[in-house]
Design a protein around this ligand. Structure first.
Ligand SMILES: Cc1cc2nc3c(=O)[nH]c(=O)nc-3n(C[C@H](O)[C@H](O)[C@H](O)COP(=O)(O)O)c2cc1C
Length: 193
C-alpha cells in the first residue's frame, strides 16, 4: 500500500478533462516540456512511428472546428447533429494549443504508442497546472472528403493517419467532478495452478 502520494500519483489523481480554457497561450518552455514528455513515452520495438503536429494558429483551429461542425450537421447521427447545432460547441473548447498525433499507417501497435504519448502529454500538462482534453471528435474531419486537404495544410506526413488530438491551455475556473470508477473491472488471480 502506497501511503504517500508522489508527484506522478498526484497528477494522475488530479487530472480531469478540461473543457474551459483561458485564451492566453501556454509558454514555449511549458510546450517543450510537454512535447519532451510525449517523446519519452514507450513505443513498440522503439519504433517511434508517430508524428506530432502543434497547432496554435487560431485561424487554423477555427477553420478545423467550422469544417467539423459542417460534417457533423450532415452525418445523420442525431447526437452529433444536436451537438453541432449548439452555438457554444467548439471541438477544442477554444483551447489555444492543440497537439495532433498521427501514426505511420503500417507500423504494428502504433496506436498504442500514440495513446501512451497522449497520456504522457496530459499528465505532463497536469504537472504544470495546464488543463488538457483528449479529443477524438477530430476524426470526423480526417475521415471526411476534406481529410486529405487538411492533412496537407497541417503538414501531416504522407502515409500517416490521424489518431487523436489533445487540447491544451490554462484552466479557467472549471472544477470537474471525478467520474465514478468501477473497481469491479479488476480481477486478482491467486496462486495454486
Ligand atoms: C480515447 C478518448 C477519446 C476522447 N474523446 C473525447 C472527445 O472527442 N471530446 C471530449 O470532450 N472528450 C473526449 N474524451 C475525454 C473523455 O470524455 C473523458 O476522459 C472521460 O469522460 C473521463 O473524464 P476525465 O477525463 O475528467 O477523467 C476522450 C477520452 C479518450 C480516452
Amino acid at each position: 500500500m502506497v501511503n504517500q502520494m508522489n508527484e506522478i500519483l498526484t497528477a494522475i489523481k488530479n487530472r480531469r478533462s478540461t473543457r474551459k480554457f483561458k485564451p492566453s497561450q501556454i509558454s514555449e518552455v511549458e510546450l517543450q516540456a510537454i512535447l519532451d514528455a510525449a517523446l519519452n513515452a514507450p513505443t513498440a520495438k522503439n519504433q517511434q512511428k508517430w508524428h506530432f503536429t502543434v497547432i496554435q494558429n487560431k485561424v487554423m483551429l477555427d477553420n478545423m472546428v467550422k469544417t467539423i461542425k459542417e460534417i457533423l450537421l450532415n452525418c445523420g447521427m442525431e447526437f452529433y447533429v444536436q451537438r453541432a447545432r449548439d452555438p457554444n460547441y467548439h471541438t477544442f473548447y477554444k483551447a489555444p494549443t492543440v497537439i495532433l498525433i498521427s501514426a505511420e499507417e503500417k507500423a504494428d501497435f502504433v496506436q498504442l504508442d500514440c495513446a501512451a504519448a497522449a497520456e504522457n502529454i496530459i499528465l505532463a500538462a497536469e504537472s504544470l497546472k495546464i488543463g488538457s482534453c483528449f479529443i477524438t471528435a477530430t476524426n470526423f474531419l480526417f475521415t471526411s472528403s476534406r481529410g486529405n486537404e487538411f492533412k496537407q495544410k497541417l503538414g501531416i506526413p504522407t502515409g500517416y493517419n490521424f489518431v487523436c488530438t489533445i487540447a491544451l491551455g490554462y484552466k479557467d475556473g472549471e472544477n470537474p467532478a471525478i467520474p465514478p470508477k468501477n473497481k469491479e473491472v479488476i480481477n486478482y488471480v491467486d496462486g495454486g495452478m
